[in-house]
Every structure is written in C-alpha cells, then in structure tokens.
Design a protein around this ligand. Structure first.
Ligand code: CP
Ligand code: NVA
Length: 305
C-alpha cells in the first residue's frame, strides 16, 4: 500500500534511521560522480501554493538526478484555482504520476488530497509542519556531530511549522529538545502535548532564550513571520527582539555550538548577520542536504509501496 509523508509522525525511528543512512550514502555517491538511476521511469508532480527556492529546486533536482521526471505545478495555473475539489485533483493526478510533493497552507487540505490519491504524497511545508526540512536537518546534525542522542538542541523563536516538526521528531527519536518562544507564540498546544506524551528523550518549553541556550550543542532559528503571517511582521519584530540569535546569545552555549536556520533568513532579525556568516553556522551545508535527503525520501516512498 502506498505511504505518505504528511508529518514526521508517519515515520518510525527505524524509517528515520534508514533515511539518514541512505541520504548520507547518496551524498557521498553524488560527490564521487555516481549517477544512481533509482527513479528511472518515474514521474513526480510538485504542487506549490506558496513560494519556495530550496524545497522546490532540491526536490526537482533530486528527481532528475535519479533518472526521473519532475513536473512543477503552480496552483494558480491549475483548476484548483477555479475550485476543482482537491480530492478530484488527487484522483486524476494519480493516473498520471508516481508521487506528489505539495506545499500549501492547510494541513487538512493536504490530508484530503493524500486520502484521495493512490500515489505517495509528501508534505513540502504547510502552516503546521515541515517534515522533510527536519529530516535533512537531523541528517546535518548527524553528519557534523556524529550522533543525535545526548545533544542539546535548542529552538529559538516562533513556535511555527518548523518548530512543530522538531516536536514531532522528538516524539519518535531520543532527542533532548528545548523550545524557547515568546509566551504568546508557543507551539500549538495539541502538537506539543502529544509530542511530550510520546517523547523518546526530553522536551522542555521555555520563554527565556538565554536560559534555553545554556550549554546548547545546536541552536536553530527561523523567520519570525512565516509565509501567511506577513501582515504581523512589524508587531512580531518588536516582540521577538530578545530572541535574536546573536553573538551574545552564542556565548551562553557550548564552545562548539552549531547554528542552524532552514532559510530564507532575515539578517538582523531572527539571526545576526555575523552569526549567519560566522564559524558556528552550518546553514549552507544544511541547505545542500535537502537535496540528498529528498532523494532518500523519494526512493523510500516509491520502494515501500
Ligand atoms: N527551507 C525551505 O523550505 O526553503 P524554501 O522555502 O526556499 O523551500
Ligand atoms: N516557517 C517558515 C519556513 C520557511 C521555509 C515559513 O513557513 O515561512
């Protein structure tokens, strides 16, 4: 039966482990010039209703580099814009394609699409989650630190879709996760409590960034106003100011702390320019790893059917 990747909760710890091993192997093979053709003859559609640079291009490149074909569908150019039901879209596209990557607003809409589709559906970001991002971020941590367990990973900023996927990750893997957000911008209560209930390691939620990053191995941040929240940008800039990942904040963490950001970044807002460009930042390698992890995800969903 086809499997979807709508949230990290769709995966087991073993699934994640297999993805880490394969993505790191694919990265090495790509660097050695080996052209794996594991998606030969397969066609994937990318339906995007929000902007994207990294997720779109890394998925498209992943498909092409593995011998498949990728079709990009801007929602504005489809009949979805004229109210064709999402379920009808899923049923029809399943007759043409072997898999779908979708970036949209509503997680419920994504679920409805996946329920109607007979092909794997992958969440390329919704208002609630960004699961593929966290898989490649965990791959980056493993690559750089050699382990996940025993590391203090600290989220600093908005309790948003990326933070929610970090919480989901801590529900399936033994992570030590600290989430630091302003009081009014904490993660969704239902997602948080479900993750805390199932946590394989430890999840702590704080509202003091300095306390949160004490002895951190990894500090992770993201924009203060996600896509869809642009009108709140001014207000959020004022409220989130103490949550900027700055050189000062880094001094509270371990000396070899690694700074991560899913990008795009706003220098001088959630992250200081000198931190983003500094010695602790791994953001460019982090962005690259989306390519390798997306290859592993596509291969897995095709072969698991
Ligand atoms: N990190 C990420 O998802 O970037 P894009 O919005 O450019 O895809
Ligand atoms: N939280 C951000 C992530 C962008 C990759 C957003 O949803 O806009």
């Amino acid at each position: 039966m086809k499997k979807d990747l709508l949230t990290l909760r769709d995966l087991s710890a073993d699934d994640c482990e297999a993805l880490f091993v394969r993505s790191l192997e694919l990265k090495e093979r790509h660097a050695s010039g080996i052209a794996d053709q594991t998606l030969q003859g397969k066609t994937f559609g990318l339906i995007f209703d929000k902007p994207s640079t990294r997720t779109r291009v890394s998925f498209e490149a992943a498909v092409v580099q593995l011998g498949g074909t990728s079709l990009f569908l801007n929602v504005q150019d489809t009949q979805l814009i004229r109210n064709e039901p999402i379920a009808d879209t899923g049923r029809v596209l399943s007759r043409y394609l072997d898999g779908l990557v979708v970036r949209t607003y509503s997680q419920d809409l994504l679920k409805e699409l996946a329920a109607a589709a007979s092909i794997p559906v992958i969440n390329g970001l919704t208002d609630l989650y960004h699961p593929c991002q966290i898989l490649s971020d965990l791959m980056t941590i493993l690559e750089k630190k050699g382990k996940l367990e025993g590391l203090k990973i600290v989220w600093v900023g908005d309790g948003n879709n990326v933070a929610h996927s970090w919480l989901n990750a801590a529900a399936i893997l033994p992570l030590n996760l600290v989430v630091a957000c302003p009081e009014a911008y904490q993660p969704d209560e239902a997602i948080l409590s479900a993750a805390v209930k199932d946590a394989k390691g430890k999840i702590v939620v704080l509202s003091d960034p300095e306390e949160a990053v004490r002895d951190a191995d990894v500090i992770y941040t993201d924009v203060w106003a996600s896509m869809g929240h642009e009108s709140e940008h001014g207000l959020r800039k004022r409220i989130f100011k103490p949550f900027q990942v700055s050189e000062g904040l880094l001094t509270m963490a371990k000396h070899d702390v690694m700074v991560m950001h899913c990008l795009p970044a706003h220098r001088g807002e959630e992250i200081a320019a000198d931190v983003l460009e500094g010695a602790h930042s791994v953001v460019w390698d982090q962005a690259e790893n989306k390519l390798h992890m997306h290859k592993a995800i596509l291969e897995k969903l095709i072969s698991d059917q």
